[in-house]
Design a protein around this ligand. Sequence first.
Ligand SMILES: Nc1ncnc2c1ncn2[C@@H]1O[C@H](COP(=O)(O)OP(=O)(O)OP(=O)(O)O)[C@@H](O)[C@H]1O
Ligand SMILES: [Mg+2]
Length: 456
Amino acid sequence: MTDHNEILLIGHDNPAVRKLAGQVQGHGYAPILLPFGDEARLRVGSPTVGMVIISLQPGNEALEWIREINFLHRGLPVLAAAVQGSVTEAREAIGVGAADYLLLPIEEELLKNHLANYASRYFDPELGSGRRLISSDANMKRLLNQIRRVGKSQATVLIQGESGTGKELIARFVHQVSDRSSQAFVALNCAALPENLLESELFGHSKGAFTGAITDRKGKFLQANGGTIFLDEISEMTLNLQAKLLRVLQEREVDPVGGRGAVPLDVRVVASTNRDLKEWAEDGKFREDLYYRLNVFPVSLPPLRKRPGDILLLANHFRKRFIIELGRNDIPFSPSALSAMEGYPWPGNIRELENVIQRALLMAEGRVIEPDDLMIDFEPSDNESGPAPFSSHSAAVHGDNAEAIRLPIGTTVREMEEILIHRTLDEVNGNRTRAAELLGISIRTLRNKLNEYATR
Ligand SMILES: Nc1ncnc2c1ncn2[C@@H]1O[C@H](COP(=O)(O)OP(=O)(O)OP(=O)(O)O)[C@@H](O)[C@H]1O
Ligand SMILES: [Mg+2]
């Protein structure tokens, strides 16, 4: 990271900015002062630049620069610097994509924090299918660094966190930093299927093993062989299946139902849950021995309200992504929309934030996104206790029909659709014509939806 230690300070020359340059140097970075213009534009693209600070002044030029750098050099942190008093202007800068703002003159301690947070670059790894992991929160960074370290080992990882905190993204991150990253990453949601289907989904079965087993089926464990298996919502597995899983993990081999014998396994296991699994184990709802076997490297993801610095960073990330996806003109947040988002407790965490931004971009009719477009209940809520540490997603309805799909409350309609489509395809062995028929949609629609899921 030390190869990014240049910091560009762009704007009209003034004593406050020159003083800032001196401070930046004092913290071990190389400040480069440039006026708005072509040279600055050229330097921004240099790989040695770790951060850009744009100095704000009346007029639109500075905001235009922030907007432009954000679009052309994504991932490069742009901060806005303002002389004391112009907080509104500084917030406007965030509205167009600045990661944060500095009020000049700035105290050494505060500047040091900003430099540590941003100049060392926030984590922005590409996790496949266009997903990125973004955070400037110090605890998250520490966590990600730990994962980078244990990532290389075989250690089983147990990710706990409220719904929407990024558990699946972290599971992909674990895979990506491991030396298995070129092998398969196979995810399975343990809450989505009834026991018997989940069992054959996990371990596979051979043709004729039971009625309906019309072909051999390679289970997810074998599909993940050499790579990583992600067991999502592990708490929803029945005690009976937990016992089978434990055996597979102990013996490191899998024996497909009705199969011809055990197959050796080399699979990294990552599991996730939004329950307090330890408590579940104590209450006898989850096997204690399995809990200890999974909990080798525990990762506890903080809810969004515990990493307030990430709210606007992520809001801008999603805003930019949806502007591109929806093909609409750039539309910034109004300062009051920014305050509303900062003050809201985000019980549905990052997933909720993502949905709110998408909806806001569909709704917004003005030139900026206003608090009303967000449709969140934004009374400055100082709810001390906050929601329960692990939201009680209830395991929902499921019939005893083998074809039933069990969906936890909290599943979005969009996810439900995706699950249904994939399950239907599985049932008809990938025959799209047949699946489209069963789903009551055209093959073309089916194809479009599958493409959409693949690029999400
Ligand atoms: N740090 C992050 N940076 C960018 N996007 C994120 C981040 N964390 C989560 N997201 C996005 O937020 C959404 C929810 O994340 P994810 O599905 O990983 O959470 P989860 O904890 O598995 O949620 P759930 O409990 O609802 O299954 C996803 O669209 C994901 O891409
Ligand atoms: Mg999830």
